[in-house]
Structure formats: structure tokens, C-alpha cells
Design a protein around this ligand. Structure first.
Ligand SMILES: Cc1ncc(COP(=O)(O)O)c(C=O)c1O
Length: 410
């Protein structure tokens, strides 16, 4: 075994891409707490607190509000595999990479997948979605709230009512939007929402907060199946087909988080400490104040980018508060710009995927990094790099435009 590797000591970076971002130091401190046993009353007490805290973050009264261990995709997959029975029809409005991901996961759940698409950079009207619901008659509508690949935010407020009228279960992936953009689980009639810590919540990836409505829990309970080694005479299988995953069986995960404390996985304690601290930080700032902060810094970045003479990507009316798409000017190589930003300034920005790969940079202002100093540093560095590579701008103009924006508001 190689014993010459040095202890982990990552370079200092300012993460201004589409996530992950730098974790709040309070979250890092919480994660370094010593482990305790999973049935220690202190631990089950923390689990109950996490449930209560995330009801606040998701703006819901749902009892079934908990963590799925794994990255955000684990939360998505747990909801989809638990809710979709093989052969169920699902409808997915696709406006970027993460809509395609929902189709992909639903297909693996053996759903009959129907999708509708708009060009990347746009979102759907409620009417377009209702027309498709009427045509397809799905059992579930699977949406993405903020598709980080395009930086667009799909309006969801009217969709719950449409789903209610057509008896459709309504899910959204809020991985990249929760905490930085309004999301009203109960008021918007959502049946399931999943998220991740590594964007606006200011933590590391590794555990996925989710919330489920009563009708969604009932649908999952109809698929109840408790694994052999832990089931008792009191456990009854549901009438519907079992869930075709053990790890992501939300029925069993609910029993683990509920009063029965039925053994399932070993809870990822450090990740739970992180999730708890993320929600506490949000609670102290106030959810609405935090969303307003994301909007302020997102707009300041936009003013700066426009002040630099760069063009943005997508319909700005539907832009997420926390990520901006910037068209890479023809005169420069986008990867070279990102390399210099990282090597000479320690700042990471992102590119995008699929049709936008190499065409768009994505700059995030989220979570712990939705701050004035982060925006100013990023703009100054980007402008300096562009000029170094021969794209002449009025140096300082971008930073001044952002500063003026703050000046008008602070
Ligand atoms: C909207 C959205 N959904 C899902 C994911 C997947 O998350 P993870 O990489 O944490 O599994 C991401 C990650 O960027 C995302 O932005």
C-alpha cells in the first residue's frame, strides 16, 4: 500500500459555477462532529429535528419530509422508483439536461414515458403542460424547477391545480433552485419534491432532502414490502407491485424515519449533521431573506456581465436567481478562460452540457457564495482574463456596473 500520499489539503478555490459551491463554514464544523449510534436518542432526536427544519425549507406541513442518503440524484431516483409502477404513464416537460435525466430514470422504472420539449433557454407555459396532460393522461407529471444546464426556472405555481383537476401526481426536482428561488410545496399542490445541499442550501452533496404529500405516501404504502430479515407478523404487503429497489424503497425509509424506526440503511450521520446545519442557517436568515439575497447577487452579476459587453443565454424573464448563462464570445476559447480563472485567480466557473457545451459559461451566485465580494472578485477576474486573451473591454466597467447595482439597493 502506498503510504506516501499526503493528507487531504485541497487548494483554495472560490466555486462560482453551477454547484457545488463552497460550503458554509458552520456546515463544515457541524460535519466534523463525532459520530453517534443510529438509535441513540440523541440521533433520532436530530432526525426528528431535520424533518421539522426541512418542512420549513420546503414550505410544507408534510409529515413525510426526510433525507435520502446519496447525491440529489438519489432523492430523484427514490421518488421515481417508489412512485412509478411499471407501465405507468408519466409526462416530462423537458427544457434542459435534467428533464432528460427524469425521462431516463423513469424509463429505468419501466414507465411509459411521454415528453414535451421547448428549445433550451425557454420554459413551458401552464397551457402547454395542461394540453399535454389532457392528451397523455399521465399518472405522474415529472418536472424540473431550475434546470441548471440552461439556467432557466420553470414556473410551477399553476401546475398543481392542473394536476389536481386531472388526478395526476405532481413532482419537481428542486435540486438547484430550493433556497434561492420561491418554492411552495403545499400552496402549489406538489406531491413530491427533492433537493440537494450543494447549491443554494450551502452544504456538500451527499444527502438529498425530500418531501412527500399524503396522497404520494398512500401510493407508496400500497406497494409496501418489508424485507425478510426484519419483518414481523404485524407487517403486511401492499396490494400494488413492490418497489423495484431496496435502497430507494421510500416505504421502508419512511418506517426508518418514523416511530417504528425499522432498520433500513445506516444513516449517513455526518451528512445529516450537514443537512441540519444548512437548514438552521437558512432559518436564521429567514427563507424569504435568503431568496432575496440570491436575487440581489444574481442581478448584480447580470449587470456586471452586461457592463462587460457580454451576451447572456436564455430568456432572462425566467432566469434562476442563482445561475447565469453567458454566451462565450467567438474571440476566445471558453476552456482557456476557465483554466486561467482557476489557475491565476482560484475561481471556478462552469460550462454547460449537450448543445450548450463550449458555447455557454454558467456562473453561480448561490448559498454561501451569494455574496457581494464573490460577485466583485469574479467579475474583475473574468474581465482581466478576457483582456489578457485579446478580447478588449473597458476594464473596470463590469465591476462598476455591479457596484452601482448594489449602491442602488444597499
Ligand atoms: C437540477 C438538477 N437536478 C439533478 C442534479 C443531480 O444532482 P447530483 O449530482 O447531486 O446527483 C443536478 C446537479 O447539478 C441538478 O442541477
Amino acid at each position: 500500500m502506498n503510504t506516501t500520499f499526503l493528507p487531504v489539503n485541497p487548494p483554495q478555490r472560490l466555486l462560482m459555477g453551477p454547484g457545488p459551491i463552497n460550503a458554509d463554514p458552520r456546515v463544515l464544523r457541524a460535519m466534523s462532529s463525532q459520530l453517534i449510534g443510529q438509535y441513540d436518542p440523541a440521533m433520532t432526536g436530530y432526525m426528528n429535528e431535520v424533518m421539522a427544519l426541512y418542512r420549513g425549507v420546503f414550505r410544507t406541513a408534510n409529515a413525510a419530509t426526510l433525507l435520502v442518503d446519496g447525491t440529489s440524484r438519489a432523492g430523484i431516483e427514490a421518488i421515481l422508483v417508489s412512485a412509478i409502477r411499471p407501465g405507468d404513464k408519466v409526462l416530462v416537460p423537458v427544457f434542459g439536461r435534467f428533464g432528460h435525466l427524469l425521462c431516463e430514470i423513469a424509463r429505468r422504472c419501466r414507465a411509459e414515458v411521454h415528453s414535451i420539449e421547448v428549445p433550451w433557454g425557454e420554459v413551458f407555459t401552464a397551457q402547454q403542460i395542461e394540453d399535454a396532460v389532457k392528451r397523455v393522461k399521465p399518472r405522474l407529471l415529472l418536472t424540473v424547477q431550475g434546470d441548471t444546464s440552461t439556467t432557466m426556472l420553470q414556473p410551477l405555481a399553476e401546475l398543481g391545480e392542473i394536476c389536481r383537476r386531472h388526478e395526476v401526481l405532481f413532482y419537481t426536482d428542486a435540486t438547484a433552485s430550493l433556497g434561492g428561488n420561491p418554492l411552495e410545496t403545499d400552496a402549489w399542490g406538489l406531491d413530491a419534491v427533492s433537493a440537494g445541499l450543494q447549491k443554494c442550501l450551502g452544504g456538500p452533496s451527499g444527502t438529498a432532502p425530500i418531501t412527500l404529500s399524503e396522497p404520494m405516501v398512500e401510493a407508496i404504502r400500497r406497494r409496501a414490502h418489508v424485507e425478510a430479515g426484519i419483518r414481523t407478523a404485524a407487517h403486511r404487503d401492499g396490494d400494488d407491485e413492490m418497489i423495484y429497489s431496496n435502497y430507494f424503497d421510500l416505504g421502508m425509509i419512511l418506517d426508518y424515519w418514523g416511530p417504528e424506526r425499522l432498520n433500513h440503511h445506516t444513516e449517513a450521520t455526518s451528512a445529516l449533521f450537514a443537512a441540519r446545519e444548512c437548514a438552521r442557517v437558512i432559518g436564521e436568515e429567514g427563507l424569504e431573506a435568503g431568496i432575496a439575497r440570491h436575487k440581489l447577487h444574481g442581478e448584480a452579476l447580470l449587470k456586471g456581465i452586461q457592463g462587460m459587453g457580454l451576451e447572456t443565454f436564455g430568456n432572462l424573464e425566467y432566469k434562476m436567481n442563482n445561475v447565469l448563462g453567458v454566451l462565450i464570445p467567438d474571440a476566445v476559447n471558453g476552456d482557456q478562460v476557465r483554466k486561467l480563472m482557476l489557475e491565476d485567480f482560484g475561481i471556478e466557473i462552469g460550462t454547460s452540457f449537450g448543445p450548450l457545451a463550449g458555447k455557454v459559461w454558467r456562473i453561480g451566485t448561490m448559498g454561501y457564495n451569494a455574496r457581494k465580494d464573490c460577485v466583485m472578485q469574479t467579475l474583475c477576474a473574468l474581465e482581466a482574463v478576457l483582456n489578457r486573451l485579446g478580447l478588449r473591454t473597458t476594464q473596470g466597467a463590469a465591476m462598476q456596473a455591479a457596484w452601482d447595482h448594489y449602491g442602488e439597493r444597499c
